[in-house]
Design a protein around this ligand. Structure first.
Ligand SMILES: NC(=O)c1ccc[n+]([C@@H]2O[C@H](COP(=O)([O-])OP(=O)(O)OC[C@H]3O[C@@H](n4cnc5c(N)ncnc54)[C@H](OP(=O)(O)O)[C@@H]3O)[C@@H](O)[C@H]2O)c1
Length: 264
């Protein structure tokens, strides 16, 4: 591991990949992380929406012109081996992994996919959910570990949810998917003690996911009511990302652990 022990995770030249960088929490992570990294760092934002990624790129370049911001169209649910294998070649912009002292990946992309468990009869709907939220994350994470295996310091952040703590009616895919992701991250931390691994629950945040996939598309009426009540006190994306940055800067968390925005 690079000599970053005891140092904040924004102190060295870093290549940082953010999934779901087109809006919401992912855009805020991309822009605010860009502002923190030292010159020569590289921020790579992935998502399907090229137009919105361009907006993210403009904002992150404005936040820190000394950090190169790159965007790349990427559907995490399309499990094409070649696409996964070529992704980092395509996004490194001629740089090599060895140009960086640290590699960081933020697994932020996600979807809710609200449906009652008893109604999940459509196998393509189920597998699409699992591909985007689980299989795609696993494959991307492994590519990241391979491509950057010789980079001295590595960090993997999983954007989690309070839904890991309790079942929510009609969110069976979401709750169990987030639990799966956390256990996967804990296993990664166990296997590779030299990597810093964190699952961060951002709290309720004012994003498209909360309003569209949450309030508008949630099937369980009692949960819609709960979301409506929560909507009165949503966090801004930058507020929760500031907290994430503070955790990474302090860099004293136990690798593999879950930390919520609301934790002390
Ligand atoms: N908002 C909240 O209250 C809240 C609470 C707890 C946890 N979270 C978690 O925070 C993360 C970000 O959510 P958000 O609230 O910022 O939602 P959002 O605004 O809807 O953003 C979701 C992001 O995921 C990307 N994404 C979705 N499907 C994708 C796919 N197939 N391939 C690649 N990217 C894909 C989207 O990109 P494209 O559509 O451009 O591809 C978008 O950038 C999620 O993991 C969510 O579970 C959110």
């Amino acid at each position: 591991m690079a000599d970053v022990a005891g140092k904040g995770l924004f102190s060295v030249k870093t290549v940082c990949i953010v999934t779901g960088g087109s809006r919401g929490i992912g855009r805020s992570i991309t822009v605010n992380f860009a502002s923190k990294f030292p010159p020569g760092s590289l921020l790579i934002a992935l998502s399907r929406d090229v137009e919105q990624l361009t907006v993210t790129k403009t904002l992150s370049t404005k936040a820190n012109p000394a950090v190169l911001s790159v965007t790349h169209a990427f559907d995490q649910g399309t499990l094409d081996q070649q696409k996964y294998e070529k992704l980092f070649q395509d996004t490194l912009q001629g740089r090599r992994a060895s140009d960086f002292q640290q590699a960081m990946i933020v697994h932020n992309a996600g979807s809710v996919g609200s449906e009652f468990c008893r109604n999940l009869t459509d196998v393509s709907q189920v597998s699409q959910y699992l591909n985007v939220n689980l299989a795609g994350l696993i494959a991307l994470n492994a590519q990241f570990m391979q491509v950057f295996k010789d980079v001295p310091s590595k960090v993997a952040v999983n954007i989690s949810s309070g839904a890991v703590n309790r079942p929510v009616a009609s969110w069976g895919l979401y709750c169990s998917g987030k639990v799966f992701r956390e256990m996967f991250m804990r296993t990664l931390a166990l296997e590779q003690p030299n990597i810093r691994v964190l699952s961060y629950d951002p709290g309720p945040v004012d994003t498209k996911m909360f309003h569209t996939e949450g309030i508008q598309e949630t099937k369980a009426e009692e949960h819609v009511q709960a979301l409506r009540a929560m909507a009165k006190k949503l966090l801004a994306p930058d507020t929760t990302v500031d907290r994430l940055i503070a955790i990474l800067e302090k860099n004293v968390f136990e690798s593999g652990c879950h930390i919520s925005y609301f934790d002390d």
